[in-house]
Design a protein around this ligand. Structure first.
Ligand code: URA
Length: 212
């Protein structure tokens, strides 16, 4: 994993391989969904690396083992609707005890500001560490807006996990929220005039759900 100032790029061969399959326009929706979930599991493994442990004792068939378990850290995964749902699914396979919140955001055509149209979070979200997920960090507007919404609800520790980021998206999210670690599998060069990441993988929501 490469680290540049709170931005982590996953260079693991399995992640790189699966992201290449995701980019392929001939990959079906079924395969796309499975791959997004698999990559989220692999990324989640690193994103949860700093979970605190506590010592316990367990009786094996032979003796008492002094061993460790996760120390009851409260986690929530929050997908940005709708494409984030695919990544939340993978993350939950790894951390099934995490709670799930949902944030729906659209961009106002005139002001270009992110508007929250749906938000349902666990009632104790202010006590939880949050992993915010969205496959594509394009302009960074939605991600930055979602972090604002979480911070307004007193969430203190937020990580952002995506598949492909643009340089611009990383700059925007990092400038607005330097405390939020950004995890991604690839950083692509540019955005087109419609705000899509190029070369990217197209519209992640459409590819996940077979819409167009
Ligand atoms: N959202 C997507 O689904 N794809 C992009 O390239 C940018 C934003």
């Amino acid at each position: 994993m490469q680290n540049m100032d709170n931005v982590f790029i996953f260079d693991h061969p399995l992640i790189q391989h699966k992201v290449s399959l995701l980019r392929d326009k001939n990959t079906s929706s079924k395969e796309f969904r499975e791959l997004v979930s698999e990559v989220a599991v692999l990324m989640g493994y690193e994103v949860t690396r700093d979970l605190p442990l506590m010592d316990i004792e367990v009786e094996t068939p032979l003796a008492v083992a002094k061993t460790k378990v996760i120390a009851g850290k409260k986690l929530a995964v929050v997908p940005i609707l709708r494409a984030g749902l695919g990544m939340a699914d993978g993350f939950l396979k790894l951390v099934p005890m995490a709670r799930v919140g949902h944030i729906g955001i659209y961009r106002d055509h005139e002001t270009l500001e992110p508007i929250e149209y749906y938000c349902k979070l666990p009632s104790d979200i202010d006590e939880r560490d949050v992993v915010l997920v969205d496959p594509m960090l394009a302009t960074g507007g939605s991600a930055s807006g979602a972090v604002n919404f979480l911070k307004k609800r007193n969430v203190k520790n937020i990580k952002f996990m995506c598949l492909i980021a643009s340089q611009e998206g990383i700059r925007r999210l990092h400038n607005d929220h330097p405390d939020v670690a950004i995890y991604c599998a690839a950083v692509d060069e540019k955005l087109n005039e419609h705000g899509y990441i190029v070369p990217g993988l197209g519209d992640a929501g459409d590819r996940l759900f077979g819409t167009k």
